[in-house]
Design a protein around this ligand. Structure first.
Ligand code: VG1
Ligand code: CO
Length: 559
């Protein structure tokens, strides 16, 4: 009978979860007891509920996932957890973890991913705790976890417990006279079964394979060597009748094949090129852990995530799940352009604006007030789970395209004609030095809150913008009244245009500055976003003095 060992340890600094979990370089997690401390703190944050509980464990297949699954098994066994549901070989996409927590009503789950950050020994790893609703832990829970990491003195582990995770099955152990079991589950089956309930698979299959009315709709689905590979294989190749030429990079690799698994125009350039040069009607890419999506149409026509959300919001009636449950409200993160707000207005539904991070949508969904939401960072999802869901978004798009018979570009043109267009762009300045970025944010906040700033005029490129509101965004959750402060600097102008600036909470080193710009045009809808937004971008760079503080004259990524 394997025994529990209590190991003395010392706290590490900086184990504070960011926008979505703790993300650091692999080498940081490899320090002695670093990972063990954090896992013990997650379990302790659940207090007595951990005893006899069931947790879901899985990750995106990146370097270190299997080793950390093994540690979670050993530490859970020592802390009185009754059962773990572990994805085979440690593989579970982030939305699949959410789905499994909800389906089996577990206490929560531990997700091993640094999402869209590169993987491999020299890159990033991450650990995130999700609660019993299937969503990322809210701020008060991550604050508890962090507080525990700063005071930890020991952790409990069963070092001799050996459990295979490569074979599906139930493995049972006796630890201190308690039963402890690990059920290794198929990584894709629960999630795929759920997608088949949500969507009309035969209809999507007819779209892809073609019919007398419509020639085959040629899709290209890119998993970017991330966790969605096996899900894409099952759904697209086995269920929807697609062929090998419709899928790419569907084997999860520990280092994502050297790719940066972030589905945007820069890092998913291979997909963009393939769709541009090939005879494809639709392209979709997903990030490392499968919660993000990018949608493009024929000739690589790009759909901004803010528009994607709005178009789906306007067409949810084509999806069986919403036919059954109806559509409650909509929501978006603050930096996301307000296209969906106009759809909400038209349909008389509630619309919420929350801080960046999916954890802020959870309460609204649990309270039955939110059906569909999204973020400008390529996140779209619904209340079917409590994470954003890349594959779900691609299937939602295909459902709508099948029902309307339109091309992706037609869908957008019709949408803009009806609602007007929210032009949007995001500039990312990755891995800058932290101190000057903090100074820049402080200085900008000072400028923005100085007397006379509201009402001041800012001119560039023949346009003049007059400030209507300037603040550091704060949010009170309408369900539990919890408050999140300092969620991003925003300047809103009289004409509704916005400049938003915030520092990323997902980077693993240095600081990443995100600058978001958007403006609304009721009729001038066929312009190029970069051209349309250039004057506002210049105003933002002037006001923030970004080039001076960061030493950068161009962003790393433009979306
Ligand atoms: C980024 C995005 C945010 C998203 C978060 C997690 O956060 O901006 O919208 O929710 O990543 O997504 P930040 O703090 O770096 O801006 V994922 O797919 O990395 O879990
Ligand atoms: Co992700």
């Amino acid at each position: 009978m394997p025994g529990v060992v209590v190991v003395n340890t010392n706290p590490y600094e900086g184990q504070k979860p960011g926008t979505s979990g703790l993300r650091k370089k692999v080498k940081v997690f490899l320090q002695e007891n670093y990972t063990e401390n954090f896992i013990q703190s997650i379990l302790d944050a659940n207090k007595d509920a951990i005893k006899g509980s069931t947790l879901v464990v899985g990750g995106d297949g990146r370097y270190l996932v299997k080793e950390v699954v093994d540690k979670i098994i050993k530490i859970s066994a020592a802390n009185g957890v009754a059962k773990l549901l572990v994805g085979q070989n440690g593989i579970l996409s982030t939305p699949a973890v959410s789905c499994i927590i909800r389906k089996y009503k577990t206490l929560g789950g531990i997700v091993l991913t640094a999402s869209h950050n590169p993987g491999g020994i020299n890159n990033d790893f991450g650990i995130k705790f999700n609660c019993s609703n299937g969503g990322p832990a809210p701020d008060h829970t991550t604050n508890d976890i962090y507080a525990l990491t700063t005071a930890i003195k020991e952790y409990r582990i069963v070092p001799d417990l050996v459990c295979p995770i490569d074979k599906i099955g139930v493995y049972t152990f006796t630890v201190e006279d308690r039963q402890f079991s690990v059920e290794v589950i198929d990584s894709v089956s629960d999630y795929v079964a759920y997608m088949k309930e949500i969507f009309d698979f035969p209809k999507i299959k007819t779209l892809i394979q073609g019919s007398e009315q419509r020639k085959p709709f040629n899709v290209l689905i890119d998993s970017m060597n991330g966790v969605t590979g096996p899900y894409v294989k099952k759904i697209f190749l086995e269920e929807l009748g697609a062929s090998q030429k419709n899928v790419t990079r569907i084997t999860p690799l520990e280092d994502f094949g050297g790719a940066h698994p972030d589905p945007n125009l820069t890092y998913a350039a291979d997909l963009v090129t393939a769709v541009k040069n090939g005879d494809y009607d639709f392209g979709a890419a997903f990030d490392g852990d499968g919660d993000r999506n990018m949608i493009i149409g024929r000739d690589a026509f790009f759909v901004t995530p803010s528009d994607s959300l709005a178009v789906l919001a306007n067409h949810l009636e084509h999806i069986p799940y919403f036919q059954r449950s109806g559509v409650r409200g909509y929501a978006r993160s603050m930096p996301t352009a307000a296209a969906v707000d106009r759809v909400a207005q038209k349909s008389g539904k509630e619309i919420f604006e929350v801080p960046t991070g999916w954890k802020y949508f959870g309460n609204l969904m649990d309270a039955g007030r939110l059906s569909l939401c999204g973020e400008e960072s390529f996140g779209t999802g619904s209340d079917h789970v409590r994470e954003k869901d890349g594959l779900w978004a691609a299937l939602a798009w295909l459902s709508v395209l099948a029902a309307t018979g339109d091309s992706v570009e037609d869908m957008l043109n019709k949408h803009w004609k009806e609602f007007g267009r929210n032009y949007f762009t995001r500039y990312d300045y990755e891995e800058c030095a932290s101190d000057p970025c903090n100074e820049m944010m402080q200085a900008l906040e000072k400028t923005m809150t100085a007397p006379g700033f509201v009402g001041s005029a800012h001119a560039s490129g023949g346009k003049t913008y007059v400030v209507k509101l300037a603040d550091n965004f704060s949010y009170m959750d309408p369900i539990d009244q919890s408050v999140a402060m300092k969620q991003g600097l925003r300047i809103i102008f009289e004409d509704g245009s916005r400049i938003v600036m915030r520092l990323s909470g997902t980077g693993s080193s240095g600081a990443t500055v995100r600058l978001y710009i958007d403006s609304y045009e009721a009729t001038d809808v066929s312009g190029d976003a970069q051209v349309m937004l250039k004057p506002l971008i210049d105003v933002a760079l002037q006001l923030s003095q970004l080039p001076k503080y960061t030493g950068r004259d161009a962003p790393t990524v433009i979306t």
